[in-house]
Design a protein around this ligand. Structure first.
Ligand SMILES: *[C@@H]1O[C@H](CO)[C@@H](O)[C@H](O)[C@H]1NC(C)=O
Ligand SMILES: *[C@@H]1O[C@H](CO)[C@@H](O)[C@H](O)[C@H]1NC(C)=O
Ligand SMILES: *[C@@H]1O[C@H](CO)[C@@H](O)[C@H](O)[C@H]1NC(C)=O
Length: 263
């Protein structure tokens, strides 16, 4: 594996719950947050988060800033574009609350949930591709026929990527499915943050998909989470509209994950 990569955390996940919505995937905090007044920074973060949580649910996306000078804080809140407004609202509220617990006096914070993503920083980051922190989840089970699977996966992912980059109309979302065999269907979804230009969305997704060989090789399911995009595929339906079989299959799947920081 690439020497440049610094491994922060490895966890083994066993999913036993059907409730995916409130699921926290990962978070990152920067311990070197620059501020001349922690109290003021903290107030600005709270005010920013309040505004983001209130404002983002309806459209599923919002960028905002609060405060001024060294303690000015910039934030982005976004839900997966297939998620309902009410699920989005619940997810962002959880994300805001959790971020303040996990990163109490810090900026440069990212927090990933299944349905939503939240980021805030003292630097203005809107429109920039962020692939510095990556979180990778893979199903430990291998596919039975890697040749057929990888060909179908690659075609499907290319297709939904080309949909997602048609921002702003696409809302950064591409999703689709393809039959692997008479018994198996492959589902995939890609999502860029909606502050990105089409070319930056394409760049983030290319980096994410470029990790398939390292983290997702021949795996039955995989997720790549970055500050600017999200890519996931599974052999069960996981995006909306979801059918009843989805949660059954989901319960049986076992995942491993790693969080990687590439400065
Ligand atoms: C820090 O900010 C708080 C809240 O605005 C303010 O009450 C306090 O006086 C500030 N402290 C300094 C040292 O500027
Ligand atoms: C945190 O949760 C409480 C109660 O669930 C809620 O009232 C509050 O608005 C949340 N905080 C943020 C920043 O959303
Ligand atoms: C999947 O394949 C890899 C590489 O061939 C192997 O190391 C691993 O044990 C397999 N996993 C399972 C669950 O069979």
């Amino acid at each position: 594996m690439n020497q440049m990569y610094k491994f922060l955390l490895t966890v083994l996940w066993l999913y036993i719950s059907t409730s995916e919505s409130a699921e926290l995937y990962a978070s990152s905090c920067n311990d070197d947050t620059k501020t001349d007044n922690t109290t003021q920074l903290s107030r600005n973060i709270d005010a920013l988060l309040h505004g983001l949580v209130q404002g983002a649910a309806q459209k599923g996306f919002l960028t905002a800033s609060y405060g001024n000078g060294v303690n000015q804080i910039y934030g982005l809140a976004q839900c997966r574009a297939d998620v309902s407004g009410s699920d989005c609202s619940v997810c962002l509220r959880d994300a805001a609350n959790q971020s303040r617990k996990l990163c109490p006096n810090q900026a440069d914070v990212r927090i990933w949930y299944d349905y939503c993503f939240l980021k805030y920083d003292t630097a203005k980051f809107f429109g920039q591709v962020d692939t510095s922190y990556g979180v990778f989840f893979w199903n430990v089970a291998n596919v039975t026929d890697p040749d057929v699977f990888n060909k179908k996966l690659s075609t499907l992912v290319d297709q939904i990527k080309s949909e997602a980059v048609k921002l702003p109309g696409s809302r950064g979302l591409g999703k689709g499915e393809t039959e692997i065999s008479a018994f198996e269907t492959l589902y995939a979804l890609v999502q860029c943050t909606r502050d990105l230009s089409p070319i930056n969305c394409a760049q983030c997704l290319s980096v994410a998909i470029g990790n398939f060989g390292t983290y997702c090789n021949d795996k039955k399911g995989c997720r790549v989470l970055y500050g600017s995009c999200y890519v996931r595929y599974e052999l069960y339906p996981f995006f909306f509209p979801l059918d009843a079989q989805g949660s059954l299959a989901y319960n049986a799947a076992k995942y491993e994950s790693v969080k990687v920081y590439k400065p």
